[in-house]
Design a protein around this ligand. Sequence first.
Ligand SMILES: [Zn+2]
Length: 143
Amino acid sequence: MSKAGPSVGDQIDARCTKCRKILNHTIVAMVDSRPVRVMCNTCQGQHNYKDPNAPKKTKTSTAKTPRVTKAKANHREIERQEWENLCSAKNSVEAASYAMDGQYVPGSLIKHKVFGLGVVEQATGNRKMIVIFEEGKKVLRCA
Ligand SMILES: [Zn+2]
């Protein structure tokens, strides 16, 4: 095939999430050279594009690898910054030692044996909560 890549407005076969069939779609958004959002020509519904022919696992996306790593590093940095902001806004003397049977409210400062100072972000139910530590978010047990 000597065909240029698809572009916005092109027709493309995609699985429609509403019709549940492979149907003609119009590309409405692209990232790089891949369609990411399409509109079903049958029901006019818009949804994210999934290549119906895409193999489940592919190792051909080598060009993407560095970007993914960078995105992860940025995410990591954002979390650390968040942790720093949260901790600097609190008096570390108030930090309660973390205990599995402790009760914590969002915003509480806790001291963990392994992870150090952390701030409770939210309870996730099921006796678990998300705590932001310097090294990132952790899910911890709570009462
Ligand atoms: Zn449809």
